[in-house]
Design a protein around this ligand. Structure first.
Ligand code: GLU
Length: 319
């Protein structure tokens, strides 16, 4: 029996817990919205939503769950899955490592010896991963990623052009990372096309429910629990969840693993996804960020959900 069933949380009680957490943390106004991408600075800082989708397809949601925002770094998880599907685990490991950095997400840094970026959840590793997405030219590669998102979310989604152009015209650190990798032969010559694709994958619009459905798909062996479509081969779920667990929360990943204890990924627009394998996906959206780039309310909500529902993977007390 799963921990969740074990803890006898009845369905209405789960919604009650979300409502309680939402009203408890609505008044928390700590943090600042991301402003290094000018378009992101325009967001309403009060937006706040929480959604849980279970692997049997039930949806629990509170707050501004229809509100669209750009997915940002949460995209890295899914694009990593696509690159695994395109090339396989062994080849991917020769191009991108799986080692946490302890550095900021946008650090301009490669592993000294191998010249690989440390992992696919930091910007350098994500750009290298995106550069591996197959397709004949920019349009086909973008369409393959949009199709990938469609499988995970269950509907068509779109790139927000103003965020994309805002990122593209200000993403000098990302460009520096790409040039560093080009210098060591870790990505191919066509870096502008890959950078555009990276900026586009970050600029797709999702809402909080979409995030939870995507997370629930990872929790459900790669099968979207609403549409029953296979979004990614089951054999890659362990690779994806492992790097989320060790590297997904920027340079807070260790503390997150210790306290919350489930694979997760955050993005600078204020989204967080968290995956409870076999049970549920969690999505939280609140744009006020702490100094590491994680949503302040999002971290609090996940910490509390983990404690109250006994979600920590290594918590033996409830099994
Ligand atoms: N598009 C953002 C960047 O490359 C993503 C950063 C993030 O969400 O962590 O800077």
């Amino acid at each position: 029996m799963s921990k969740l069933e074990n803890s006898e949380i009845l369905q209405p009680a789960l919604l009650d817990i979300l409502k309680e957490l939402h009203s408890q943390y609505k008044s928390l106004k700590e943090g600042v919205v991301a402003n290094y991408i000018p378009e992101l600075a325009k967001v309403n800082p009060d937006l706040f939503s929480i959604c849980i989708v279970t692997t049997d397809g039930q949806i629990y949601e509170v707050g501004d769950f229809q509100q669209l925002f750009t997915i940002q770094s949460i995209s890295k998880v899914f694009v990593y899955g696509q690159a695994l599907a395109d090339h396989g685990r062994d080849y991917l490991l020769t191009r991108v490592g799986v080692e946490p950095t302890g550095d900021a997400f946008n650090a301009i840094i490669l592993d000294e010896q191998s010249k690989r970026p440390y992992n696919p959840m930091v910007n350098a590793g994500a750009i290298a991963t995106t550069s591996l997405i197959k397709g004949k030219g920019a349009t086909e590669r973008l369409n393959r990623l949009l199709e990938m998102y469609r499988r995970y979310i269950g509907k068509d989604i779109f790139v927000d052009i103003s965020v994309f152009t805002s990122e593209r015209s200000t993403g000098h650190r990302n460009r520096a990372n790409a040039h560093l990798m080009l210098n060591f032969g870790m990505i191919d010559q066509n870096i502008e096309e890959s950078l555009d694709l990276y900026f586009q994958q970050c600029s797709v619009m999702v809402n909080c429910r979409d995030l939870a459905v995507m997370a629930a798909t990872l929790a459900n062996k790669g099968i979207n629990p609403i549409t029953q479509e296979q979004a990614v081969d089951t054999c890659y779920i362990k690779d994806i969840l492992s790097v989320m667990y060790t590297c997904g929360m920027y340079n807070f990943a260790g503390e997150w693993a210790y306290k919350v204890g489930i694979p997760a990924k955050s993005g600078v627009s204020g989204g967080i996804i968290a995956v409870v394998p076999g049970q549920m996906g969690i999505g939280v959206f609140s744009p006020l960020l702490d100094t590491r780039g994680n949503s302040v309310r999002g971290v609090k909500v996940c910490e509390e959900l983990s404690q109250r529902l006994g979600l920590h993977l290594f918590d033996c007390a409830l099994s």
